[in-house]
Design a protein around this ligand. Structure first.
Ligand code: S3P
Length: 738
């Protein structure tokens, strides 16, 4: 590691300071490790046990000679030590602390320094044990633990980098957040649980008559729950006072929640009791998934997933791809707003639809599942949503954000919608602007980008809206707002777009009239729970349709695929290109047409894709670009400028990737011109876009060499088991992590 640290000084050789010193010494990249402790015995022990290289005799001298200083003293002592060392801290000294609260440390530093040094980056390693003192020092204490750095406006990027390297060198995972956020998060996740453990054990211990029995018979759960009551009382006393405001806010929330539960038990209110327990159980499952790294609705952009697709092969057999994403989102939304219990089967367990599911749980709806695609939604009625405890995070999902914005604009509470890095770049003015015309109050970031801050208690008025672009999300958003807006809301689309919202509202007994290109709803109705069978997603099936269409010897059946007329652009386009495609066993399931699709290899030819098919195949273009690259002659895509504002700029992503593979392709503002020809191998970028990633896997079937596709974690948004199913069908794809 190329830092210029010659001397690292650790002030305070307790468990954290001692472990850090020992770890740095073992690592060897942070110079000589000097220790200082107020207690000379501890210092001596530190030297004897090899925790430090040198024991500092004078704090002043040690600080002035050190390049890196770590304050590992109790939070209460922080200010006093800062006073002692401040005169000797140079502008380029790297300074951090390990306190479990941050606001008070920063305030102390502000009082002590006239100007905060740029080398100062407060930190908090989330590690510890019930042991204390230098003898308990453990160089592996931070291994696989989180360390939070809370850089200040004054902190230099070099200092943040150095401390990130320091903790990473000890095996920790470094997270960065601001000071307020840190204190709030820690109050909820650490300080409050400690208060509960201390208070519970103390309360039970005071029951003079039978406390021995209580503790003797206490089962494993009690022991686990109260383990943290064995922590150091003085330290916790100091932490409570140091993070008083945030902790009190969390305690108040908890006391109110416990009060509600008490009242429910007292009057036998089963709905509240079961609601509380079910929500808690599913939230726990959600946290466990986050902790095991397989969570839904968390930012996956940090997860490095690469697909390696080997050239050649063909596809055959019978497969069923996962449930339709658009229908899955809507089943949760409408099921939540209905009266009664909605049972969903075939639900897509992908990150996007799970983000919608979590958002409704956050608004108080009890939802069980998903288990094998089955979800049970205990509807709260059209006016039953409750204020969520914080911003609703919808990950990568544009559908969640746009449809929810319509619903939320009409609620009695304020709300905020946030998403991941990709979603944060996507245009939301297309929903915010018309909603404002209906009376909504919505604040966006610059250029109409997320987050969306939506004010509650606004009364909306119905209106007629001519959509400037063909967008099912905008149409659905306004129809959902129309459920609450006074009078009638009507939306006219410039070209047909998917009509799942209209169909499903009718299925829930809420009438939506269709007058030509205009959909009309009136407020004042109710939704009645029903059963929803979600068909397989034609957008996910597309990858396999194209796979079979481009590979000699392929013969594949895709089962139970939704063939809603507003979604079958891909079938029409592939047929125009010469594909051999049959619809078998056509039927209607829960208001949506469904069929098995059989597709066999037949040579494709280039065409000018009719523009009226574009909105009907809008999500299928990345795969269609691959079909075009394998067709004889030239394919022209036009009228598809919407592709530029999807999860990535899909025109650019496909043009760049296909060019890398040697395909003759040029982008245009609203499409591309693609000449069929040989496909080579290479490394392509998916730009965190699930459909781009899967399309390049399919391209490998006709490639001459391996295709490596970067940034594939987001495939889990729409198609969690893509690699497994692709391999079952005959592709040779491997998923690599890290
Ligand atoms: C969707 C509509 C389409 C589509 C998206 C899902 C929906 O977006 O691309 O994947 O579920 O309503 P636009 O409405 O932006 O075209």
């Amino acid at each position: 590691m190329s830092n210029n640290i010659k001397k690292a000084l650790i002030i305070g050789l307790g468990l954290i300071g001692g472990s850090l010193a020992k770890g740095l010494r073992k690592n060897g990249s942070f110079g000589e490790v000097i220790g200082f402790d107020r207690d000379p015995d501890e210092l001596e022990k530190g030297l004897l046990t090899g925790v430090i290289d040198v024991a500092a005799e004078s704090l002043a001298q040690a600080v002035s000679e050190a390049d890196l200083v770590v304050l590992a003293v109790p939070v209460k002592a922080m200010e006093k030590v800062l006073v002692d060392i401040a005169p000797f801290i140079a502008e380029d000294t790297f300074l951090t602390d390990v306190g479990s609260t941050k606001g008070n440390v920063v305030e102390a530093a502000q009082r002590v320094f006239t100007a905060l040094p740029s080398g100062f980056v407060p930190g908090h390693p989330i590690a510890g044990s019930e042991k204390s003192g230098v003898e308990a020092a453990d160089e592996n204490l931070f291994l696989n633990h989180k360390v939070i750095l809370t850089p200040l406006a004054e902190s230099s990027s070099g200092a943040v980098k150095l401390f990130t390297e320091m903790w990473s060198a000890l095996g920790a995972e470094v997270l960065v957040m601001n000071v307020e956020k840190h204190d709030e998060v820690l109050a909820a996740t650490s300080h409050l649980p400690h208060m509960l453990a201390f208070s519970l054990v103390d309360t039970l211990a005071q029951e003079q008559d039978n406390n021995t029995d209580i503790f003797r018979y206490a089962a494993g759960g009690f022991r686990d729950f109260t383990r943290i009551a064995g922590s150091d009382p003085t330290m916790w006393h100091d932490i409570c006072l140091a993070n008083k405001e945030a902790l009190l806010a969390q305690l108040d929330r908890f006391v109110a929640g416990l009060g509600n539960l008490r009242a429910a038990i007292e009057c036998g209110d089963s709905e509240t009791m079961l609601g509380t327990f079910t929500r808690a159980r599913v939230a726990r499952e959600h946290f466990s998934r986050i902790l095991s790294g397989t969570a839904y609705s968390h930012d996956m952009s940090n997860q490095q997933v690469t697909f390696r697709a080997q050239p050649g092969g063909s596809v055959s057999g019978k497969i069923r791809v996962p449930g339709d994403k658009s229908i899955s989102h809507r089943s949760i939304m409408l099921g939540s707003l209905a009266d009664g219990v909605t049972e969903v089967t075939g639900f897509l367990e992908g990150e996007d639809s799970l983000a919608t599911l979590q958002a409704f749980r956050d608004m108080g709806v009890v939802i069980e599942g998903p288990v094998d695609g089955n979800v049970t939604i205990y509807g709260v009625g059209i006016n039953g949503l409750q204020a969520p405890p914080g911003p609703l995070y919808v990950g990568n999902s544009g559908t969640s954000m746009r449809l929810l914005s319509g619903l939320l604009a009409a609620q009695q509470f304020d709300s905020e919608l946030t998403g991941d890095a990709s979603l944060t770049k996507r245009p939301m003015g297309r929903v915010a602007d018309p909603l404002r015309l209906m009376g909504a109050e919505i604040e966006t970031a610059e250029n109409g980008r997320p987050p969306l801050k939506i004010k509650g208690k606004r009364s909306l008025t119905g209106m007629h809206y001519e959509m400037p672009m063909a967008s099912a999300q905008v149409k659905s958003c306004l129809l959902l707002a129309g459920l609450y807006a006074e009078g009638q809301t009507s939306v006219t689309e410039p070209a047909p777009t998917r009509d799942h919202t209209e169909r499903m509202l009718n299925g829930f007994g809420y009438s939506v009239e269709q007058e030509g290109a205009t959909a009309v709803v009136s407020s004042g109705g109710q939704l009645h729970a029903c059963r929803i069978d979600v068909p397989a997603d034609i957008s996910s099936a597309t990858f396999f349709m194209v796979a079979a269409a481009i590979c000699p010897d392929s013969d594949l059946v895709l089962e139970h695929v939704g063939i809603n007329p507003t979604r079958i652009g891909v079938i029409n386009i592939l047929r125009l290109m010469g594909a051999n495609l049959e619809l078998l066993n056509e039927r209607e399931v829960g208001g949506e047409p469904v069929a098995d699709i059989r597709i066999r290899y037949a040579p494709l030819k280039g065409i000018h894709i009719p523009e009226d098919q574009v909105p009907l195949a809008i999500d299928e273009f990345p795969a269609l670009f691959v079909a075009a690259a394998c067709a004889e002659g030239t394919t022209i895509v036009s009228g598809a400028e919407e592709l530029r504002v999807k999860e990535s700029d899909r025109i650019q992503s496909m043009v760049d990737g296909l060019k890398t593979l040697g395909v003759d392709i040029e982008g245009t503002p609203d499409g591309a011109v693609i000449k069929g020809g040989p496909i080579g191998g290479g490394v392509v970028e998916s730009h965190d876009d699930h459909r781009i990633a899967m399309s390049f896997c399919i391209a490998a079937l006709r490639a001459k060499d391996t295709i490596v596709i970067n940034e594939c974690a987001n495939v889990a948004t729409s198609f969690p088991d893509f690699v497994e199913l692709a391999c079952a069908a005959g592709l040779k794809v491997e998923r690599e992590e890290g």
